[in-house]
Design a protein around this ligand. Structure first.
Ligand code: SAM
Ligand code: FES
Length: 355
């Protein structure tokens, strides 16, 4: 089938076969990418208009017990200087963010044993008590189902846990043997069962990734239908085993953003910091490819450089207000508007027979 016909089919049915996804990725041209972006933008505008949602990202700890081969805060990186924000500082960051117009806070961190449920539960309750009109998103990695349940009961609304890759073989290339693909997938299913709005996602151009792997990622998104999907280019970090591996590209990341928008039209799709890191206009390009979320940094400036997942990460020197102001201007320039709302996923009725 022709590339245009495949795009049209995806736009109408929100589903392709694994081979068809692979074929689209394999044969991408600038023209096809433009057409995919046009269709994605049209689809997003029907659901979200030209509103862009923001999430205030608070990086609560860079201690991590895991050793993912790609990640700058992996436990084997002995030159990483570790920090942990105490609950008062997290609350202060949220307070600051609220004043700036944020209505979603994302608490993200490495898998830090300090942040037990007993420490997180009162913190979540306090954030929700002070800001009842806000959503709280957690991104703290893999935990037991009981823990996810306790955090949900304490007020957490959403959970981001990128699946990283939908191929078990590729997963093993990116992670140490003690980490398992099956457990990550189980976590995503548990989170959904409990009632969280769930975010999955993956890196584009991670070492060993094939077009077949990416097609599997798209099929996974089609079947799992995550409420959010975080995708960004892999960017090497000099203190990891992948220090010399090439980074992902803007072109392929944006093309995949467009395809994901067509696969699941109401998905909340961030234009990521990693995309802004490899291209000064990366986040604008992500929005113009179909994304509808940006995540300015709300962490205290003093610790930002330490949350170094990859080399060259942007926004490590700016105050939260500067970051927000900067993104507001950037979005306005391309005809979009940052709005102060929680920004939940809108409901959507598929008009096709597939689902
Ligand atoms: N520990 C939690 C987890 O594993 O889900 C949240 C923090 S983790 C650092 C957040 C995300 O950063 C990961 O899901 C991964 O996709 C991304 N990341 C890590 N290293 C990266 C790199 N070198 N380039 C691009 N993204 C990276
Ligand atoms: Fe952080 Fe531009 S978004 S400085």
């Amino acid at each position: 089938m022709q590339m245009e016909a495949l795009l049209k089919k995806l736009d109408e049915r929100h589903s392709l076969t694994l081979d068809e996804y692979e074929y689209l990725i394999e044969n991408r041209t600038d023209e096809i990418a433009r057409e995919a972006a046009e269709r994605a933008v049209r689809t997003r505008k029907e659901i979200y208009g030209s509103s862009i949602f923001t999430r205030g990202l608070i990086e609560i700890s860079n201690y991590c017990k895991n050793d993912c081969l790609y990640c700058g805060i992996r436990r084997s990186n002995k030159s990483c200087s570790r920090y942990r924000l105490p609950p008062e500082e997290i609350l202060a960051s949220a307070e600051n963010g609220y004043g700036l117009g944020f209505r979603t806070f994302v608490l993200q961190g490495g898998e830090d044993a300090y942040y037990t449920d007993d420490r997180l539960v009162p913190l979540l309750k306090e954030i929700k008590a002070r800001h009842p009109d806000c959503a709280v998103t957690l991104s703290l990695g893999e935990r037991e189902r009981e823990s996810y349940q306790r955090l949900f009961d304490a007020g957490a609304d959403r959970y981001l846990l990128r699946h990283e890759t939908a191929s078990p073989g590729h997963y093993r290339m990116l992670h140490p043997p003690e980490m398992s693909f099956e457990h990550r997938m189980k976590c995503l299913r548990d989170l959904r069962d409990i009632g969280y709005a769930v975010g999955a996602g993956f890196m584009v151009g991670s070492p060993g990734q094939t077009n077949r792997n990416l097609a599997m990622d798209l099929k996974f998104i089609e079947e799992f239908r995550p409420d959010m999907c975080g995708i960004g280019p892999f960017v090497p970090h000099h203190e990891t085993p992948f220090a010399d591996k090439p980074q992902g590209t803007v072109g392929l990341t944006c093309f995949l953003l467009s395809l994901i928008r067509l696969i699941y039209p109401p998905v909340l799709l961030p234009s990521t910091t990693a995309l802004g890191t490899i291209d000064p206009l990366g986040r604008e390009k992500g929005i113009l490819a179909g994304a509808n979320v940006v995540m300015p940094n709300l962490s205290p400036v003093g610790v930002r450089k330490q949350y170094e997942l990859y080399d060259g990460k942007i926004c490590t020197g700016e105050e939260a207000a500067e970051c927000r102001g900067c993104l507001e201007k950037r979005m306005e320039k391309i005809g979009y508007k940052i709005v102060s709302e929680r920004g939940d996923r809108k409901s959507w009725q598929s008009t096709t027979q597939n689902h």
